[in-house]
Design a protein around this ligand. Structure first.
Ligand code: SF4
Length: 297
């Protein structure tokens, strides 16, 4: 994992997301990289809103004079501000790259499909054995659902993902001569591959200036003012238009690492954020007070 210069990342991304994903389940054949989709974002917001509304404590808080801090910047950044914000992130994450382990475009594609609603760390634990057994679409197709499932059963939605990985291997053999296609449209036709997965493969494997928007990038873009939008597609469109071309490829990694380890969902760690000066979020989290030492009585 890339080490930040002025920030200290946590050990891994929120493991609770994988647990929630397992509980949520998944249908066979369903595309699984949905946490960043507009429907998923909207559903998450609606669910949390319902939960909040039924909690007595939340009612009391609503009656209190303090208002809920806004979770988005009041405006979009200017071009100069975008450049400064990304420059700050580039200094924080100088060696940023994907945290998924892969060796070829095919193993990258499989790793990204497996990482939907699971942590990169959990995927990296299963892929060494999986890629040793099946490093190519031919070998993956020959391995079949059952054996692939046995090799990846510690990650969320493993049954569905095993079927998708085998199915996409068959598709690659039948329709692309065993090669990974270079366009988003063709990638999105593969089993288990949605827009975000396609964008990651195009960016990382083929150096294309795509901007994959996952839940971390969506949150960070809205909070900071880098590119605000109500849906993943809206944010992606804005970021594509606003991020300077030479910065697009690397910004994918800067934004994911920043959102995952610093600009966290529940409480952004603004006090140690390298982009604190250039971020437009009005309610930055201050440095936590040190806890008072316990006094033995
Ligand atoms: S200052 Fe805070 S809200 Fe802004 S990017 Fe940094 S962590 Fe996120």
């Amino acid at each position: 994992m890339a080490e930040p210069r002025t920030q200290t990342p946590a050990a891994s991304e929120n493991p609770g997301s994988a647990t929630r994903a397992r509980k949520a389940g998944g249908k066979a054949g369903q595309k699984t990289d949905k946490p960043g989709s507009s429907r998923a974002v909207a559903r998450t917001g609606a669910t949390s809103a319902r939960k909040t509304a039924t909690k007595p404590r939340a009612k009391a808080a609503a009656a209190a004079p303090t208002s809920t801090p806004p979770q988005t910047a009041p405006r979009d950044m200017s071009k100069a501000e975008v450049h400064q914000f990304l420059t700050d992130l580039s200094r924080a994450w100088p060696d940023a790259q994907t945290e998924l382990h892969y060796t070829t475009p095919f193993t990258l594609l499989v790793a990204v499909v497996l990482s939907a609603q699971a942590t990169d760390a959990s995927v990296n634990r299963v892929t060494p054995a999986l890629f040793a057994a099946a490093p190519t679409p031919q070998a993956m197709a020959a391995l079949g659902d059952e054996q692939v499932g046995q090799l990846i059963r510690t990650i969320g939605l493993w049954r569905n993902k095993a079927k998708n990985v085998v199915a996409l291997s068959h598709q690659l053999l039948a329709e692309h001569g065993g090669q990974i296609p270079h366009t988003r449209e063709e990638l999105e036709k593969l089993a288990g591959v949605g827009r975000k997965t396609a964008n990651v493969v195009l960016n990382v494997a083929f150096n294309q200036p795509t901007v994959p928007v996952d839940t971390h990038v969506f949150r960070l873009a809205n909070r900071s003012g880098l590119g605000r939008g109500r849906t993943v597609e809206a944010v992606e469109k804005k970021l594509e238009a606003r991020i300077p071309l030479p910065m697009v490829r690397d910004s994918h990694h800067w934004l994911i690492l920043q959102g995952r380890y610093v600009c966290k969902a529940r409480k952004p760690e603004c006090w140690r954020c390298a982009a604190q000066q250039s971020c437009l979020f009005p309610d930055k989290t201050p440095l936590p007070r040190p806890k008072a030492p316990r006094v033995a009585l």
